[in-house]
Design a protein around this ligand. Structure first.
Ligand SMILES: Cc1cc2nc3c(=O)[nH]c(=O)nc-3n(C[C@H](O)[C@H](O)[C@H](O)COP(=O)(O)OP(=O)(O)OC[C@H]3O[C@@H](n4cnc5c(N)ncnc54)[C@H](O)[C@@H]3O)c2cc1C
Length: 412
């Protein structure tokens, strides 16, 4: 019997987990990615959870020391750079590039097509067809929209439903380990570091190097800095030197020099000098606006949404990649056990509840930052402070939190 075929739109981690999981149950899969060149080293560090480790192991990909940097200590630095608290922790910090490589490598190049931008979907009772901007068509038994927070697939089935801006951005910077000044390296490199300027949240930690190296000397240092930002300021940040506003994001090379210089001056003024220096040394810091999106529906006939296309959660639970893996695993298991129609209904019910739960958790975790833009009397969490005990409870409880949301989604 001919293998069933899945058309997977989006060649990032969500699409690749879907391709690997469906291959593991005997499906033929082809990934279509709109970028013309292989995606690589976006440099972003990511937290990992045991649920992600388990999903990759199930695919025969060991989640060993080559996947990330183990961290056993959290430090809190004040504005002058003094460490005012330190705690033990257990964390494995990986990077988007490292996880991407591990799920890209098992997929043959013939089944991973670059430069294919989906524009339309047609379906009938027995098949689904993807239509691309170059006019080509591909037919399959199932289409998976793993095309990210601005999903074309979602827009085709839920027109006009867009992610909501959360009122803050994440500034990101990265420095190769060899460029970290030795004094700062000795004091900080191995730790997970927090700085807490009023109303903001600054995190820094080691991650694999630009080519996924985890050996000492070849790793990198990663910064994520959450800052309340009005929609007007965001529009300014997204405006390039020619005066063109790119919406709510801007390609990093187009960030205006005065904006980059301003972000570095802000770091100098607001966070510990050691981490401010690392931020300043990155020649090209960039930012990502933070959004929320709960999809009311994630299955449309033979089409299913997965990863950020289905639910866009704020990054605080550190579970976006983990959710991609768990969505893909659930989809493959449900279809293998129940067939396409009933399997997709189960996926809609259970992963829909799980995704909504993660978005709500992200909103709770980030409300202190977004509430800074509201008048004081309208702030729901005006009493919330970044107390070390509260932060550490969340920091160490993340994986259990993901498990709790999963458990509740199965009871819903
Ligand atoms: C500041 C920040 C920090 C984060 N930290 C973490 C963390 O610590 N841990 C973690 O697990 N996650 C983290 N995340 C989230 C994580 O990066 C995302 O959840 C994850 O990348 C989503 O993957 P995806 O494959 O669903 O979507 P994306 O990575 O957005 O990929 C979508 C792909 O689809 C392609 N595409 C789009 N439209 C089309 C089309 N029409 N046709 C064909 N292809 C198309 C795009 O080019 C892209 O390659 C963080 C996110 C942010 C913003």
């Amino acid at each position: 019997m001919a293998k069933q075929r899945a058309l997977i739109i989006g060649g990032s981690v969500g699409g690749l987990f879907a391709a690997n999981m469906l291959r593991s149950i005997g499906w033929d899969t082809t990934v279509f990615e709109r970028n013309a060149e292989e995606l690589s080293g976006r440099g972003a560090g990511i937290s990992t959870h045991p649920q992600l480790h388990d999903a990759t192991k199930r695919l025969g990909i060991p989640f060993d020391n080559s996947m990330g940097i183990a961290i056993d200590k959290v430090v809190f630095l004040d504005h002058d750079g003094h460490c005012y608290d330190a705690r033990s922790t257990v964390r494995l910090m990986s990077s988007w590039g490292r996880v991407f490589r591990s799920v890209r490598d098992p997929i043959p190049d013939d089944n991973y097509r670059l430069g294919k931008s989906l524009v339309r979907v047609e379906q009938d009772a027995s098949s689904v067809t993807a239509i691309f901007s170059d006019g080509t068509r591909e037919r399959g038994d199932l289409l998976i929209g793993a095309d990210g927070g601005r999903s074309t697939v979602r827009e085709l089935f839920l027109p006009g439903q867009q992610p909501q801006y959360a009122g803050y951005v994440a500034w990101r910077a990265m420095l190769d380990e060899r460029d970290v000044p030795p004094g700062i390296h000795a004091q900080l490199f191995a730790n997970y570091t927090y700085c807490l300027p009023p109303g903001e949240l600054f995190l820094a930690y080691p991650v694999p190097g630009r080519n996924n190296e985890t050996q000492p000397g070849q790793r990198a240092y990663n910064i994520v800095w959450y800052r309340p930002t009005t929609p007007e300021k965001l529009a300014d940040l997204c405006t390039d030197a020619s005066g063109k506003c790119h919406g709510t994001s801007i390609p990093p090379p187009l960030l205006r020099p005065d904006v980059a210089a301003w972000s570095k001056a802000q770091a100098r003024a607001l966070v510990a000098p050691q981490v401010a220096e690392i931020f300043e040394r990155d020649p090209r810091p960039f930012f990502q606006a933070i959004f929320d999106f709960i999809s009311p529906q994630i299955v449309f006939g033979r089409v299913a949404l997965l990863g950020d296309a289905a639910f866009l959660a704020r990054p605080h639970p550190g579970a976006g990649t983990t959710k991609c893996a768990m969505d893909a695993e659930h989809l493959a298991d449900s279809i293998a056990a129940l067939g396409i129609e009933t399997g997709l209904a189960k996926y809609q019910r259970e992963q829909g509840a799980f995704g909504s739960g993660l978005v709500r958790q992200g909103q709770i975790d980030g409300s202190y930052i977004s509430d800074q833009l509201k008048p004081r009397e309208q702030r729901r969490n005006k009493d919330v402070s970044w107390a070390v005990d509260d932060l550490m409870r969340d920091h160490d409880g993340r994986s259990a939190q993901v498990q709790r949301i999963l458990y509740e989604s199965r009871r819903a």
